[in-house]
Ligand binder design. Structure first.
Ligand SMILES: Cc1cc2nc3c(=O)[nH]c(=O)nc-3n(C[C@H](O)[C@H](O)[C@H](O)COP(=O)(O)OP(=O)(O)OC[C@H]3O[C@@H](n4cnc5c(N)ncnc54)[C@H](O)[C@@H]3O)c2cc1C
Ligand SMILES: NC(=O)c1ccc[n+]([C@@H]2O[C@H](COP(=O)([O-])OP(=O)(O)OC[C@H]3O[C@@H](n4cnc5c(N)ncnc54)[C@H](O)[C@@H]3O)[C@@H](O)[C@H]2O)c1
Length: 484
């Protein structure tokens, strides 16, 4: 068996792993970066970038479809599925190319190809790619950055190889005639709505009623209303079953009971499973290596240090399952790499205000403390409906509801749940306000141009001032500054 000894082993060369190896090497550590899949990261190859490229094509189709609202009548519109998917892959490959160049710049002796598992908290075994050999690497610290994989509900596991995941969509040669989306979460709604707008017959199925990660009941209600005008949603269904069609024409038959308990059946060319993602931890031998795990097999960790307990083991990105998002993976990778290099002298770092955006149309976002974790007794709520908001109406994008939360006694902004036009941008404004500790009054002091969708946020902030519990003196101070 080959043997190596380094300061830090990083398992996984995705966004978190690349950040970790870079931070560890900058801190002067010798590093081994182990990867057994293709280089290029989930984000660039099969995640953020190709999904947004598909959505961009769908946006173009939607603009053409909505053009008659403005008296503009495009003639002879044709969607060429092959061209749509070719552009998705061409642009995706460009993004992947940049990551590959970055990865190739990492010295050869750092990069090891193979599948890793822990045999102790400081020893990693690698089944080397293309050989029967193993390598044993001892280290002062280990970073787990192994990402996540699609979850298949138990009833779909027997058909796993035949069903599609989000990664498969980007490899389709042409757009299929029909797709059943199992799991209307972030990925399911983004890809499903895009496919629908590109002319594919799409239906969504879930035993649950939730859509994406919006928990504020008022916002969720508007989302259900708006999306069900456009999309074929089958939520809260039971006895849901998928089987291969048996008439020799390919495709799948879905059977379920609707809300009235009536049996239903429909046929689809493809079934896209987007029922969530799970951290890639199962084959790492964590428990046997002495790493504590909870009932789901997840090691508890401190998000400010990324350390697991007091061990020389750190976890980052989707593997940590804290906020499985790109910018969080990058941050956690850097924190993990630097702490692993300096172990046991580790530092806690302040994490950014949470922000998560779903690129549907209208878009959804959760900022700061969302509804689920909100201290509802002590937080006020302000809201704006986009139904009659000026700029949204101008653009015929006047759908949605935004609810903003603030501490009732201090007026300090704590979060928002959002559904509406351009919330990818307004969510950032609110996230920056939350992180910088702004009160509702600080935010209202900021400039608001006219006419812009941000004016809707001002309406919500103004309505929020009416739901605070401020004494007259505090309100004056908040409004005009402490000197008054
Ligand atoms: C369709 C889709 C769309 C998305 N869109 C967005 C978006 O718009 N915005 C956003 O913020 N986030 C988005 N995400 C989430 C984002 O892509 C992830 O949060 C992020 O890529 C996670 O990075 P990571 O480094 O943790 O994992 P990865 O990039 O997946 O890296 C993990 C690596 O570890 C390797 N590995 C696993 N096990 C082992 C092992 N035992 N030995 C060796 N190597 C191993 C894997 O091969 C992989 O290369 C999207 C995800 C998907 C799937
Ligand atoms: N725009 C973005 O930032 C973006 C885009 C895509 C993915 N992501 C990240 O990737 C993560 C994973 O996305 P995802 O969409 O796979 O997960 P998700 O948790 O967002 O959605 C899973 C959905 O599947 C449903 N579901 C669960 N079990 C089911 C079952 N047995 N049958 C049918 N439906 C079932 C859930 O109710 C939920 O609606 C997201 O949470 C997010 O962090 C982010």
């Amino acid at each position: 068996m080959q043997k190596r000894d380094v300061d830090v082993v990083v398992i996984g060369a995705g966004t978190a792993g690349l950040g970790a190896q870079s931070a560890a090497r900058k801190a002067g550590a010798s590093v081994a970066l182990i990867e057994d899949g293709p280089y290029g990261t989930t984000c660039a190859r099969v995640g953020c970038m190709p999904s947004k490229l598909l959505i961009a094509a769908a946006d173009a189709a939607a603009a053409v479809k909505n053009a008659p609202t403005f008296g503009v009548h495009p003639e002879g519109v044709r969607i060429e599925g092959r061209e749509v998917l070719e552009r998705v892959r061409r642009e995706r490959d460009r993004f992947v190319g940049f990551v590959l160049k970055q990865t190739e710049r990492i010295p050869d002796e750092v990069r090891i190809r193979g599948r890793a598992r822990l045999t102790s908290t400081t020893t990693v075994r690698v089944a080397l790619e293309g050989s029967d050999e193993e390598m044993e690497i001892t280290a002062r610290a280990v970073v787990i950055a192994t990402g996540s994989s699609p979850y298949f509900p138990p009833n779909l596991v027997p058909l796993k190889e035949k069903l599609s995941t989000s990664a498969d969509v980007f490899e389709w040669e042409d757009l299929p005639e029909s797709v059943a989306v199992v799991g209307p979460g972030v990925i399911g709604l983004e890809l499903g709505q895009a496919l629908h707008r590109l002319g594919v017959r799409v239906a969504f199925f879930s035993p649950f009623n939730e859509l994406a990660h919006i928990n504020d009941p008022k916002v969720a209600e508007v989302i259900h209303e708006v999306l069900s005008e456009e999309l074929d949603l089958h939520l809260g269904i039971d006895a849901f079953d998928v089987s291969e069609a048996t008439d020799g024409n390919g495709g799948f038959v879905l059977r379920w009971h609707d809300a009235q308990k009536e049996p239903c059946e429909a046929r689809f060319e493809k079934v896209l499973v987007t029922a969530g993602r799970r951290p890639n931890l199962a084959g790492l031998g964590l428990k046997e290596a002495g790493v504590p795990v909870d009932e789901r097999g997840q090691p508890p960790f401190d998000p400010r240090t990324t350390q697991i307990g007091e061990l020389p083991v750190f976890i980052a990105g989707d593997a940590a399952n804290h906020y499985p998002l790109l910018h969080e993976a990058a941050d956690e990778g850097r924190i993990a790499g630097s702490n692993a290099a300096n172990f046991p002298d580790i530092r806690a770092q302040i994490r950014r205000a949470p922000i998560a955006i779903t690129f549907t149309d209208p878009q959804m976002a959760v900022v700061g403390c969302g509804w689920k974790k909100l201290d509802k007794d002590n937080c006020g709520v302000g809201e704006v409906s986009y139904a009659n908001q000026g700029r949204a109406r101008v653009k015929a994008k006047n759908k949605g509801l935004v609810r903003i939360y603030a501490d009732r006694d201090t007026g300090r902004l704590c979060g928002a749940e959002m559904f509406g036009p351009d919330v990818e941008h307004t969510a950032h404004l609110l996230a920056w306000a939350v992180q910088s500790g702004m009160t509702v009054f600080d935010a209202l002091d900021m400039p608001f141009y006219h006419p812009v969708v941000e004016e809707g946020i001002r309406t919500a902030l103004r309505s929020l001032t009416g739901d605070l519990r401020l004494t007259a003196g505090t309100a004056e101070k908040l409004r005009y500054g402490p000197g008054t």
